[in-house]
Ligand binder design. Structure first.
Ligand code: HEM
Length: 546
């Protein structure tokens, strides 16, 4: 009595076990209930707490931080249509914890793309994705005035012949066209469309814009470096700029290696001959100076070259792939395209004999032109364009305003929010375009049609023109057709892309007919650039003997 009873071993075992079970229960309880609580609070906050009248409507979402990321990421078009029905043309959604205010339609595009670049800022929206890939001191790593002085694409008339030659050599030698190479006009072969067009795109871009040293190195270590760098240009990198993962380390090593590769070429060119290479971008950038008179430094030229390579590769190869998939699906259009080639380039009615393409002719081919335009309408490679606002910005009431019940207010996008314009949405809007979802190149040949009106607004022919330092372009910010963006950040590769795609498609259709038994695939939105889902094989058969 009075003493402390010793606890038998079995008891202490029970006690420890009980303690362990209690801890496990607490952990389990927390694991289940904390997220549940967060969800409940998040829902209550959206339903009960009154929002500021100036805030655009917030898209309802269950899970905090995740927000509407999954719906948007899986199918932005479907997401925008559903949100427009509920909230109108302007609404905010949560993209991995970040607020993004979407502004739909031509007025939305105009608001986002036509605003001052100091307020609607592209650098803030993109630099975390682009600078690790392109490198420092160019594009979105510098103030826009500096980038404006860097972004110029020069004379490329001579490119057409080079592109034609590259495509012909590819068809004649690449294993994907082995059936073609058998010189048999009855046999059908098949290509994986995106793989083939990616190869053709990089071969043709490097032969022309990038220059002979890049073209010569394509089959060596350059290809692997390019692949590693490209692995840093994905939606995941956009969401999380730096994770401790191997793909990020590979990206950084590849950036360094690629930069050194170009700097090496530049150094050799500075001391050696460049007479043979007057048409490529490195030659042009070596001659270029900032307004201050300072020439570009080696690493700046190198990083601009990387930016051009990355910006042009997936956009052009995706467009070429979609165009080929549709041509394979629409025999009538493919036939019309072939006839157009015979009419302009055929030699005395001899089957399979054409004179070479050239720059002047390429501008006078309405069917080829309409095929590229329509492909870019239905499948713009960039479906969402982002800016980050650096001030509180009022939304013009003609675009969207709070309902009259809550007073005649104005929505305000708060400083720091991202704003989003979607060329895809306006280009597929059934209220604007007849049979909007149908790929119908003919719509571009109707002088009275909406397509022509939209195009007039988008090109120099109509609307307001403005010179950003690389020739007069249309402001075009309120056109419902903007596959190359609009305003200050409008694509600088537009003319090159037309020329590249036109030459590739014309060369292919001269030589082959196509079909696609599985039909044109749907969009895969999981990649940064909208790609066709698999299967995406196109079948081909040669038209003529060699
Ligand atoms: C910008 C589309 C090909 C270089 C853009 C933008 C779009 C676009 C929509 C605007 C992005 C924004 O405002 O945030 C396309 C499409 C292409 C294509 C659809 C092909 C079919 C090319 C090519 C090059 C290129 C071939 C280079 C040779 C650039 C550059 C920018 C840009 C450097 C940034 C311009 C700036 O922010 O000021 N492109 N592009 N693009 N594009 Fe393209």
């Amino acid at each position: 009595t009075g003493g402390v009873l010793p606890i038998p071993d079995a008891w202490s075992g029970y006690l420890a076990q009980a303690q362990e079970m209690a801890t496990t229960r607490v952990i389990l309880f927390a694991l289940v209930n904390i997220p549940l609580l967060a969800i409940v609070l998040n829902v209550l906050r959206q339903l009960i707490i009154p929002r500021s009248k100036t805030d655009p409507p917030l898209v309802f979402h269950w899970i905090p931080i995740v927000g509407s990321t999954i719906e948007y990421g899986n199918n932005p078009m479907k997401f925008f249509v559903a949100c427009q029905e509920k909230y109108g043309d302007v609404f905010t959604f949560i993209l991995l914890g970040r607020k993004v205010t979407v502004c739909l339609g031509p007025k939305g595009n105009n608001f986002v793309l036509g605003g001052k670049s100091t307020v609607f800022n592209a650098e803030d929206a993109y630099t975390h994705l682009t600078t690790p890939v392109f490198g420092r001191d160019v594009v979105y790593d510098v103030p826009n005035e500096v980038f404006m002085e860097q972004k110029k694409i020069h004379n490329f008339r001579a490119y057409v012949g080079m592109i034609e030659q590259e495509v012909e050599e590819f068809i004649a030698s690449d294993p994907s066209f082995s059936t073609y190479q058998q010189n048999d006009i009855t046999a059908w072969g098949a290509i994986e469309t995106v793989n083939a067009l990616s190869e053709i795109t990089i071969l043709t871009a490097s032969r022309t814009l990038q220059g002979s040293e890049v073209r010569e190195n394509l089959n060596k270590s350059f290809a692997q470096t390019y692949t590693d760098l490209d692995g840093g240009f994905t939606s995941i990198n956009f969401m999380f700029p730096n994770l401790p993962l191997e793909s990020y380390r590979k990206r950084d090593r590849a950036q360094k290696k690629m930069s050194e590769f170009y700097v090496d070429i530049i150094k050799k060119r500075r001391v050696g001959d460049s007479g043979q290479r007057e048409h490529d971008m490195i030659a042009a950038l070596l001659d270029q100076k900032y307004r201050s008179g300072r020439p570009l430094k080696d690493h700046e030229i190198a990083h601009i070259m990387i930016a051009l390579l990355m910006a042009g590769q997936h956009t052009s190869s995706a467009t070429g792939s979609w165009a080929l998939l549709h041509l394979a699906d629409r025999q009538d259009v493919a036939d019309a395209l072939y006839q157009e080639q015979i009419k302009h380039f055929g030699i005395n009615g001899q089957p399979g004999k054409f004179r070479p393409l050239n720059y002047e002719d390429l501008k006078e081919l309405p069917i080829l032109d309409s095929i590229i335009r329509e492909t870019l309408r239905v499948h713009p490679p960039i479906h969402s364009i982002l800016r980050a606002v650096r001030d509180d910005v009022p939304i013009p009431p003609s675009l969207a305003a709070p309902s009259s019940k809550s007073g005649s207010g104005t929505y305000i996008v708060p400083k720091g929010t991202a704003v989003l314009a979607s060329p895809l949405f306006a280009q597929m809007d059934p209220k604007i375009w007849k049979n909007a979802s149908k790929w119908e190149p003919n719509r571009w040949n109707d002088p009275e049609g909406v397509a022509m009106l939209a195009l007039k607004e988008y090109t120099d022919e109509g609307g307001e023109t403005i010179d950003f330092g690389f020739g007069a372009v249309s402001k075009g910010t309120d056109s419902p057709y903007q596959p190359f963006g609009a305003g200050r950040h409008r694509c600088i590769g537009e003319q090159f892309a037309y020329l590249q795609l036109g030459t590739i498609l014309a060369t292919l259709v001269r030589k082959m007919e196509f079909k696609i038994p599985t039909g044109v695939p749907e969009h895969n939105y999981h990649t940064m650039i909208t790609m066709p889902k698999t299967p995406r094989n196109v079948h081909y058969r040669r038209r003529h003997f060699d």
